[in-house]
Structures are given as structure tokens and as C-alpha cells.
Ligand binder design. Structure first.
Ligand SMILES: CC(C)(COP(=O)(O)OP(=O)(O)OC[C@H]1O[C@@H](n2cnc3c(N)ncnc32)[C@H](O)[C@@H]1OP(=O)(O)O)[C@@H](O)C(=O)NCCC(=O)NCCS
Length: 417
């Protein structure tokens, strides 16, 4: 039986990185394979740049928690976020408060260091609302008929050139394209060199991120790369009729013309019948490229990124707004971390100014609800329609919903972390 005394919760020293990873792998049902030497080099470099916390019982790790700072795309800007990952508690030590003992101090630390939001991908949805997180961006799988005749390309799009390449070449091209593209996709995060090396198979890792992938790069008339895609094809046929599926693993473009050219080119590759792409935005513009919009179908829609606002003033002032207006919101945060009453005033240029106020609020909402609407991808009105937001001034929910909603202008493959 598990002990009931408080367990040691502390930062993880480098000599425990392997145990940390193996314990976390077990909770996520991954193969408990020890790191190969290249894996260890890559992972140690990653962990050394991050904050690892664990709980120990009898000298063994029984809970893990990992976080680091990264740039998060928010409406019209990027913002430093506390990214949280690898949250696990051994089955022998559940419901003893270990998650709480790891996440609460981290959220407080992040707030005190001036970080306005925390961000994570929830393995299970019921866990994080109590800590003030709200589901803020969704992802989906798209399936597209591999029929180039469906695509109606503009002259600009058709004039772009497409090059075939490989992951090694992509390493020098993709980071700049992605860096420009993700900024228009609220909920997407920046990717650093360690991420690119690991994902593109250049770190000699033994896990499944390595593997044969084909790449294409789209260039404009100045030869500047404006888009790329990584894919592979699973070959199959029925009675000699090709049923092969092309899977897009990553796709980013800096312009709508490049985006259209990428998809149209992928659809033109012979000996494939369908394209699929996971971890894509739910608002992917794909159907609007096609003469028959049913040629692109969405499935597996689910929540992806969850936001926890740690500083309402800083978070709301960091993003842009698509419309002007003023709303006073009362934000409930039982943890005492960041709640209060705030006046949000957005001017005609889309700049928001926020001030704590003693004045009467137009509406009252939970911190998790504000988090869900913060990235501008989920309408506050949609959440309000399910109840849970108290309106004190007629029309306040509709006004705040209109203020917070923001169109995504980029469509990148969302990054797991
Ligand atoms: C989810 C997990 C980390 C929770 O850890 P824990 O140490 O048991 O959590 P705590 O004891 O601190 O519980 C805090 C609160 O969350 C609740 N809670 C914890 N896990 C929950 C779950 N899966 N579903 C619903 N509520 C949960 C607890 O009941 C407790 O509520 P209370 O304060 O009202 O009593 C742990 O169950 C786990 O490792 N699960 C498998 C891996 C996983 O899902 N990780 C999440 C990755 S994003």
C-alpha cells in the first residue's frame, strides 16, 4: 500500500533524467526502452534547457512534471508561455496530491517570473479545469481526395515552383518558413533547433520520429521558400486499383498562394487515392480551395491546447483584437492566482488596454472560460450558450465574444509537446 506521508517533490538532477523518462513512458504506455547513446545526448540537451520536477518515494521517482518557456502564437502576436508536459503520477501514488504539489508551485513561479500564460496538451480532459486551464484550440484530421482537378489555383499560386527534397535539405529551409507561418496560427508554438533535429531524423534517435519522409518545398519567383510539406505514402491496391494513402506529417506556408500550391501538388502525386493530415487546425481553408468542397473532410476533431491565464492584464494586452469596444469582466480564480475585475478597452487599431477596477462588472466568468476564449479560436458566445457565464449588463457576453474572437491567418501542423 502506498505511503500517506508527504513525498519529496524536488527538481530532477541530471543523473535521474533516464529514470524520469522511463517512469513517464510507463504512464503513457510507451515502450520502456532505455535511451540509446544518441537518444541520451539529444534528450539531455533538451532536459538541461527545461525545468524538471519529480516526486520520490523510497528513492524511486513516482511522479514527473516538465516545463519550459516557449513562444506561443496568440492573436496577432507571440507571447512567452510556460509550456507544461510529461505530467504523470504512478498508479501506486494517485490521488495523494502529487499533481497538485507539482503544478501549483510551477504556476506561481511562472506568474512571479512575469509569464502571462501557461499552456499544455491535456491527455485527459477532466484534469486541468480545476487548475484554471481552459481548452483553447482544437485540432482535426483532414482527408482530401487526391485529385488535382479539384483544385482551383490562382495564377499566383500556379506560378510558384515546387522542388522535391529530403529531410536534410528541409532542415535549412523549414525553420524560417515555419517561424513566419506559425505566428498567424493562434495556439501554435515556436520550434527550436533541438526539435527540428529530433523530428527530421538528424539526431539519430531510435524512436518513431525518425523514419523515411519525402519533402516538397514551394518557392516564389525570387527563389524564396514560401512553403514546405513532409509526407510519406502507404502503398496499397485492390485488384490493381490503387488505394494508396499519402500522409502529411507537417505542412506550413507563409502565403495563401503557397498553401494552395502545396495541397494541389500533393494531390497531383500519382499512385495515391487520398491525402490525410492530422493535427491540423479545424478552420483549415482546404474546402474553399476545391471545386467540390466535399473533397476535403474533417474528422477526429478534439481539444488540443489548454491555456491558463496567470496575469489577466499582461495576457489581454499582449494579443490583438479584430474589433473595438469596452467590457468590464469579473474573472473568478479560486486559487487566488490571477482573478479580479478588469476593464478591457480595445481601440480602433485593435490594441487592448486593461486595468484592474473596483467598478461594476458587465459579466462574471471563470478563469478557465476566459482561457478557452483567449486565443480567439473558440467563441465565448458558444461557451456561454452552455451556461456558466453570468451577464450583468445586457449584451455584454456578445460584446466580449466579438472582442476576443480572432481569425487565424496561418494554418500550420500543430506541434505536440
Ligand atoms: C492525471 C494525474 C497526473 C493526476 O495526478 P494525482 O497526483 O492523482 O492528482 P492529485 O492527487 O493532485 O489530484 C488533484 C485533483 O484532481 C483530481 N483528479 C486527478 N486526476 C484526475 C482525473 N484523471 N480525472 C478527474 N479528476 C482527477 C483529483 O481527484 C483531485 O481532486 P480534488 O482536489 O477535488 O480532490 C495522474 O492520474 C496520472 O498520472 N494519470 C496518467 C497520466 C496522465 O493522464 N497525465 C496527464 C498528462 S497531460
Amino acid at each position: 500500500m502506498a505511503e500517506t506521508r508527504p513525498l519529496d517533490v524536488a527538481p530532477v538532477p541530471a543523473e535521474d533524467y533516464t529514470e524520469f523518462r522511463l517512469v513517464a513512458s510507463r504512464q503513457f504506455h510507451a515502450d520502456p526502452i532505455p535511451d540509446s547513446p544518441p537518444d541520451a545526448v539529444w534528450r539531455n540537451a533538451l532536459y538541461e534547457s527545461q525545468r524538471l520536477t519529480a516526486a520520490w518515494s523510497d528513492g524511486k521517482i513516482v511522479a514527473t512534471y516538465r516545463c519550459w518557456d516557449d513562444q506561443l502564437a496568440v492573436p496577432g502576436a507571440t507571447l512567452t508561455a510556460d509550456l507544461i508536459s510529461t505530467v504523470t503520477v504512478s498508479p501506486t501514488h494517485r490521488r495523494m496530491g502529487l499533481l497538485t504539489a507539482m503544478i501549483r508551485p510551477d504556476l506561481l513561479r511562472a506568474k512571479e517570473s512575469g509569464t502571462a500564460v501557461a499552456y499544455l496538451i491535456a491527455a485527459a480532459a477532466p484534469i486541468y479545469g480545476r487548475f484554471g486551464f481552459g481548452a483553447a484550440v482544437e485540432h482535426a484530421r483532414w482527408t482530401v481526395d487526391a485529385d488535382p482537378a479539384l483544385f482551383q489555383l490562382s495564377d499566383e499560386s500556379a506560378s510558384l515552383t515546387v522542388e522535391l527534397g529530403d529531410d536534410r535539405e528541409l532542415r535549412t529551409i523549414a525553420p524560417d518558413v515555419y517561424d513566419a507561418a506559425y505566428r498567424g496560427a493562434p495556439g501554435a508554438i515556436a520550434r527550436d533547433g533541438v526539435w527540428w533535429d529530433g523530428t527530421l531524423g538528424l539526431a539519430d534517435l531510435s524512436d518513431d520520429r525518425k523514419g523515411p519522409r519525402y519533402t516538397i518545398v514551394v518557392r516564389d519567383e525570387t527563389k524564396t521558400a514560401v512553403g514546405y510539406a513532409r509526407y510519406n505514402v502507404k502503398e496499397s491496391s485492390t485488384q490493381r486499383v490503387d488505394t494508396s494513402e499519402l500522409t502529411v506529417h507537417d505542412l506550413a506556408a507563409t502565403t495563401p498562394a503557397a498553401y494552395a500550391r502545396l495541397w494541389a501538388f500533393l494531390a497531383s502525386i500519382d499512385l495515391t487515392s487520398t491525402l490525410t493530415a492530422g493535427d491540423r487546425p479545424v478552420s483549415e481553408p482546404l474546402p474553399w480551395l476545391l471545386s467540390d468542397r466535399r473533397g476535403a473532410r474533417q474528422s477526429e476533431r478534439a481539444d488540443f491546447g489548454w491555456i491558463r491565464i496567470l496575469d489577466v492584464v499582461a495576457a489581454l494586452e499582449a494579443r490583438r483584437y479584430a474589433t473595438a469596444g469596452t467590457v468590464v469582466l469579473d474573472v473568478l480564480d479560486p486559487s487566488g492566482l490571477a482573478g479580479g475585475t478588469f476593464a478591457l478597452h480595445v481601440d480602433a487599431s485593435g490594441t487592448g488596454r486593461v486595468a484592474a477596477t473596483d467598478g461594476a462588472a458587465d459579466l462574471t466568468l471563470d478563469m478557465s472560460t476566459l482561457g478557452s476564449a483567449y486565443l480567439g479560436q473558440i467563441a465565448l458566445q458558444e461557451i456561454a450558450n452552455a451556461g456558466g457565464i453570468a451577464e450583468h449588463t445586457d449584451g455584454a457576453i456578445a460584446r466580449l465574444s466579438a472582442l476576443l474572437w480572432y481569425p487565424a491567418t496561418g494554418a500550420v501542423t500543430l506541434t505536440w509537446f
